[in-house]
Write a protein that binds this ligand. Sequence first.
Ligand SMILES: C[S@@+](CC[C@H](N)C(=O)[O-])C[C@H]1O[C@@H](n2cnc3c(N)ncnc32)[C@H](O)[C@@H]1O
Length: 246
Amino acid sequence: MMRVLPRRQSPGSAANGEPSPGAPAASSPRDLRTITRTLQSGGSVADREFDEVFPSEIRRVSKAHWTPVEVARRAAELLTDGHGADSTILDIGAGAGKFCIVAAATALARVRGIEHRESLVDVARTAASRLGVDVDFVRGTLEDEDPSVIDGLYLFNPFAENLCSPRDRVDDTVELNLDRFWRDVAATERFLRAARPGTRVVTYCGFGGSMPGDYVLTLRERWSSVLELWVKGHERADAPLLRRQA
Ligand SMILES: C[S@@+](CC[C@H](N)C(=O)[O-])C[C@H]1O[C@@H](n2cnc3c(N)ncnc32)[C@H](O)[C@@H]1O
């Protein structure tokens, strides 16, 4: 059974998304490591604070293109629930690495992010290194990945940029058009069909396509956009999650 839940406010986070009183200003490497320790211990980090790890041009597009910290934490929790520390999470379209970095800091899993823009792969690697978290960032596309080794897949509407006006795009260094959108959506649907039973998929704002019929919509939460957990096959992995929310 699937339930629709209201947006959750994490303990200690200010309602307006501003840093909590006494939160660190992330201007030095030491301050950045404080952000990592806060995430690891379950504390709240405001997006504005986290985004200081990025160059200004990456910060500027954060709200539109990168997952908010608390959404990333929740998505990572949903993807790893019931799996051991040796599970692997893949972010398709890792961007500047925000989801992957938060996931690596807060969840027990190997985290891999694939991204087709080389400049963003560099930004993501630098950010992970400054924050002291271990993420495998790779330049590439879904076609390069093996679905049989993935336990959890994260999709923050990665192909929507193909549909945006040029002014709303990250940049013009990659092919972006309607034909590319449908090719990438079809590749994702093929990847999902080839994944192992039990594979968990979290979408934030969807991914533009349809989940194959053997995936069960297990949870839906409203944050700034809709976060959904889908589980492939008929395993009972959804049961502990539903109990936790009750
Ligand atoms: C909405 S952003 C999400 C970034 C990251 N997942 C996050 O949540 O912070 C989507 C990213 O997917 C990348 N992307 C889009 N299509 C892609 C493709 N076919 N292969 C790899 N990366 C892609 C874009 O360059 C962009 O960085």
